[in-house]
Design a protein around this ligand. Sequence first.
Ligand SMILES: Nc1ncnc2c1ncn2[C@@H]1O[C@H](COP(=O)(O)OP(=O)(O)OP(=O)(O)O)[C@@H](O)[C@H]1O
Ligand SMILES: [Mg+2]
Length: 500
Amino acid sequence: MVKLTNTLYAKLALCLTVIFLIVGSLSANMLFNASTAHQRLVTQHLHCDLAKLVNKEYKLFNDAGLDLDAAKMIFMKLMVLGPNFEFYVLNPEGQVLAYSADPSVVKRKQVDLAPLKYFMDSKKIDSPILGDNPRSLEQKKIFSAAPIVKDDQVIGYLYVILGSDIFDAFYESLSESKMLRSGFWLVISSLCFGLLASLVVISLITRPLRKLSKSIQQARDEGFTKEGGRNASLTLQGWDQNSRNEIHVLGSSFKALLERLEEQYQQVITIDDLRKELLTHISHDLRTPLASLLGYLETWTLNHKTIPIEKSEQYIDIATRNAQKIANLIEQLFELAHLDSGNVQVNRETFSVAELAQDVLQKFTIEAQQKHIVLSVEPKDTSILVKGDIEKLERVFTNLIENALRHTPVDGSVTVRLSKNGHFVAIDVEDTGIGIPQEDIPHIFNAHFKAGNSVRGNSAHGGIGLAITKKIIDLHQSEISVTSHVDRGTTFSFMLPFGN
Ligand SMILES: Nc1ncnc2c1ncn2[C@@H]1O[C@H](COP(=O)(O)OP(=O)(O)OP(=O)(O)O)[C@@H](O)[C@H]1O
Ligand SMILES: [Mg+2]
């Protein structure tokens, strides 16, 4: 059982949730920082001249120098502006001399003057300028500042912190209670919605993949059956090879692969069955001449001293013929095995096909004369040249003519007919014999098949001749076909390329 967390969907969903959480919190954080910076910039911008104006309206020094008492009085008055501002008087070194805040909350006696100078020198504020907040040892705040000038001499600075602690506390409580909370929920709900939508989309996208993997598993469990039951590839229906969807293409490719495997499996099964069948038939076919051979030899051994010499010669002659048949059969089997091995060389040369046919017919003259069968080549045109392996094609003609002669009754004919057909020469081996029953025709090229009306005589015909013939014709990239009518005759046809 596959663990749920190991599924592709679960992994994708987990990754997506983590990504959503990270992106969500990062963007919320960035949004918050940006809005804070913006709010600071706007506030600083609005009040950038505040220190300068106060400096202009109120006199913060007397003849002795900075007037701290007057400053405190002024600061008290300015408190009416609200808790948003805190006023400080600094000496030229940045030391805090007077302030509007409660003394207990002022923690810093000295502020850094660099940001103040930068503020006073700036003509335009592009981003909030932060200065030390005297109420805290770490915190920085936006401010307004102006120099206090007496007799053209800077005797101190008026430093106004914008957005005092009271204001901050109020702002924070306000944001926490309303804005932030609603913003927070907005972010959470949009994140959840986005996440849910993505999960649904992923589920839709991975659904065909799940279906495919289920089908593949089913195909694997069912496997291939020798009996040709429900084929494994049937479980993979409905995948479109021409789809733009890669999963569909994958599915259909997998189906094609399975079909190919099934085909090969069936081929292997068939070959295996044929091999077993062949072996049974061969042993059977070898047994008859072998038994005869042994029988005659034994009889001869027992009686050769008492029987006349003619009888003795007859026994030996029969034994020799039987041995010859066994040798022929074995040779045929070796030839078939060699052709089956796949590394057979075809030595193509140009030759006269009529001459070759005539030579082969010549070998059967005596047999034909005995049965009053006419052997002929039509036309006897030795100029018709073909290209092929002469030795192997001689075997083809021998097999076909031998079969024709054997299956043709007396007073018949066997004809090798040649005709030109485009770039090829069509060769027909015709006979006026007993024919082959229609139902046997599809099987006659199978090794060891013999038609129901086959003429075997007393010889050991293994039914291998046509199997060898077909393989040789295949090696010439051609095809052999047969037309036959029972009691009227049979024609085997194949083509060979012109030799010139
Ligand atoms: N010209 C033909 N007329 C009628 N039947 C034929 C003819 N040629 C072949 N056959 C049938 O096809 C079968 C297969 O032929 P094939 O040549 O393969 O085997 P065979 O002649 O029986 O044995 P082998 O060729 O091994 O000596 C034959 O047994 C026969 O039944
Ligand atoms: Mg034969």
